[in-house]
Design a protein around this ligand. Structure first.
Ligand code: C2E
Ligand code: MG
Ligand code: MG
Ligand code: MG
Length: 291
């Protein structure tokens, strides 16, 4: 009897494994032609200054819409892009698209507008990564201090020479480096001490329960205080409610990002949001002048 049970468990397991494997191969196969078929696009999610609630920048986030698979989430396809090396070309596409958009926004909206781009470990390990970045900055006439590269702890694991070298080179040209998903890794703290970070993004899993879990509130408060102690800008990810917003404001968090302000938007919708903000600013100014 127990043997049968064992066999059933085994059968179920391999069946699930087969499904996973099949899905993975399909995703990989489709991903190979995604760039040249123009199936990838970049969305933009604003981040705001916590005190004023004004948009001061945006994070570029990849979207993939495939005829066969429909919408595939980055959490599913980015790891596959990493493993296959496709991330090099895809990552370059993201940087170019994001910087092209940001250069327009900096011209028409605000010279200080910040653009944040996620960079994955394999991209970061390329020896010509920083040269490529420099070329793009010149090409799109972007001031380096307005660009931020978001890396996770995974980039720094097995920290070899090339990583240290690239981080230093990026810091030298004046591009900012941000620790993404802070709190979810094992060694984030020691990395903060050893590398030239400018920004700390507190993971949304910590923000999620701050209104109901005193422990989480305590942790987020400590992360903000520590970040400020290290001269870092602190960003809260995944801000969804006014209650969370008010707590983060009280804790003196610098920036916020999340559905409360806006979900990630296609470029044209993001631009409409920026224009609406400029309009409100102009009206406020006019009102003040006429008083
Ligand atoms: P991330 O860099 O931590 O990006 C934030 C994620 O949180 C995004 O998911 C965003 O849509 C989501 N988010 C923002 N506000 C809220 C909120 O209020 N509530 C909730 N529940 N979620 C919120 P997305 O776009 O699905 O991306 C997932 C991850 O995929 C990113 O996490 C990043 O690690 C990776 N990724 C996305 N685009 C790129 C890219 O161009 N290159 C690389 N290397 N990785 C990327
Ligand atoms: Mg990010
Ligand atoms: Mg994150
Ligand atoms: Mg993440």
């Amino acid at each position: 009897h127990s043997k049968d049970q064992g066999r059933n468990t085994y059968t179920f397991y391999t069946h699930q494994m087969n499904l996973d494997m099949h899905r993975r191969l399909k995703v990989e196969e489709q991903l190979r032609s995604a760039l040249k078929n123009h199936e990838l696009s970049v969305f933009f999610q604003p981040f705001v200054d916590i005190r004023s609630r004004k948009i001061i920048g945006a994070e570029a986030l990849l979207r993939w819409n495939n005829e066969l698979l429909g919408q595939v989430t980055p959490d599913e396809f980015i790891p596959i892009a990493e493993q296959t090396g496709l991330i090099i070309a895809i990552g370059q596409y993201v940087i170019q698209t994001a910087l092209t958009a940001a250069s327009q926004w900096q011209t028409y909206f605000n010279r200080q507008f910040k653009i944040a781009v996620n960079v994955s470990p394999k991209q970061f390990r390329e020896s010509n990564f920083v040269d490529m970045l420099k070329v793009s900055l010149t090409q799109y006439d972007i001031h380096p201090s307005t660009v931020e590269l978001e890396i996770t702890e995974g980039v720094l694991l097995n920290g070899d020479q090339i990583i240290t070298h690239n981080l230093q080179a990026i810091n030298d040209i004046g591009v900012s480096i941000s620790m993404d998903d802070f709190g979810t890794g094992y060694s984030s703290l020691s990395y903060l001490r050893s590398y030239p970070f400018n920004t700390l993004k507190v993971d949304k899993s910590f923000i999620n329960d701050i209104t109901v879990d005193p422990g989480d509130l305590e942790l987020v408060g400590a992360a903000i205080a520590m970040g400020h102690g290290l001269n870092l800008i602190v960003v809260a990810e995944g801000v969804e409610t006014e209650e969370q917003y008010h707590l983060l404001n009280a804790l003196k968090c610098d920036y916020g990002q999340g559905y409360l302000f806006s979900k990630p938007l296609p470029q044209d919708e993001f631009e409409a949001l920026l224009e609406a903000q400029i309009k409100v600013e102009a009206q406020t100014k006019q009102k003040l002048n006429s008083e």
